[in-house]
Design a protein around this ligand. Sequence first.
Ligand code: ADP
Length: 514
Amino acid sequence: MNIKTQTLSRFGYSDFRPLQEEAIDALVAGQDVLLAAPTGGGKSLVYQAAGLMRTGVAVIVSPLLSLMHQQVEELNTKGIRAKFLNSTLNLDQQDDLAWALHSDHIDLLYLSPEKLTQPSVIRFLQGMDIALFAIDEAHCIAQWGGFFRPEYSQLGQLRETFPLVPIIALTGTVDQNTVDTIQSSLKLSSCLVLRSSFDRANIYLHIAQKRKAKQQILYFLHHEVAGQTGIIYCRSRKKTEELSCWLNGLGFPSVCYHAALSDEEKQHSHATFVSQRGSIMVATTAYGMGIDIEHVRFVVHMDLPNSPEAYFQEVGRAGRDGQAAKALLLYGLQDMLQARQLATSQPQSAVKEARHLGDLFRVLEKRGCRRHNLLSHFNERVSDCGNCDRCQSNQSEQNVTIASQKLLSLIYYTKGVQPFSVLIQILLGKKSKPVKEIKGESLALFGKGKELGESQWKSVVRHLIAFEYITIGHSTLFTVQLNETSRAILRGEKQVIIAAEHYYPRLEEDQLAV
Ligand code: ADP
């Protein structure tokens, strides 16, 4: 048995997964590596094994305390000498750790980016033999920039301070832009870039229009994934608490998780979710980074994720054992507009956030196979997957050019200041209060859009927004403008074809007992 196979067996495995061996070989030879592989792809083994194979201690930067705890415990049970250094250690424990490190009793040292960038810690490490630096969840650099975790962007100093120590940056599903950002911030100019396939073919992808989301989720939980373990993602903290409480009341065992909970509450939620099969975690995106639970069978998005990367990463928390799993995403026009407004209201990151959202909208609104649309965002080609809502329906399409022309004309006549809901009411000929207030009945297009129902009109609007056939203003006041593409549609030079909408069913609470 060579050293590589020996090391692999210490972790209890007999074969490498794709890219693991290549990455380990490069690190052992002293080369920097950037490894982008989907959640569950087995990235941790790379720095852990390479760390054991090189002399000195491997220093691993991990952004989440809970994650560090979990990994260190798992490694210790395998007899691997791992420890973590974080703010929960008291002075005595820190002294013990320093002694253990100097006496060569530790192979893997986990710490947070905040710790690693402290000058005293850097000085301490300079006096030691370091096997490698591993920067886990490196997409934090690009996603959050210097915003939430400024220390992440300071990690670039490692390359200069430790010129002879190889660095590996690990990230989940990211696009080329993010790879470039990580590489330049960490100064890994000549690193080996390894990207594995993003396809997680075992996960059924279902994306549907949101209509009474709670009841749609109830249908999903009762008819599609009864008794199974899964995660429901919501945007707001309050919503996670409310939904979790509501589910518990209906007999679906559930816990919730978000950033404002205390550390104990978070640990408790996580531990309950991990240990109780059939439980449901209702969480904001604060939950999940690095979560490795084999038996998660479904992931629901009750609200829109922030980007195609976030969507794929979150969905990827299901089916990590390779068995069939399901992902359901519910969204509507309102979610799109709200997400957009939220993204553009944060001046520090508005442009980037809006770009990510724009990418997401296009993935969601594109016709054809869901997986194909999603993976093509990551420059990967797959043919129709057979495992998404589009592939399992007849994929009918609808030419809505004339309807789009009516809507665009109405935007023009109302000077782009009326919300879409009012425009749709005018097209449907509804004499509602907001329509009357702007004398909508007197417009030539009043009642001239009855060929489509309200939700179909919303689909048309979503499509126009997603592909930027209209331009939504950036100010806090709602405005929408026609652009070159709108004019091409109005002139009949461009057709608008959307995928026919399939509705996701609902189940009312009182139908549950039946
Ligand atoms: P990632 O960090 O890429 O999300 P992990 O490192 O947490 O993924 O690994 C996901 C799962 O795959 C873990 O349960 C791990 O034990 C398992 N795993 C990793 N490498 C191997 C391997 N070579 N053979 C079998 N299982 C593996």
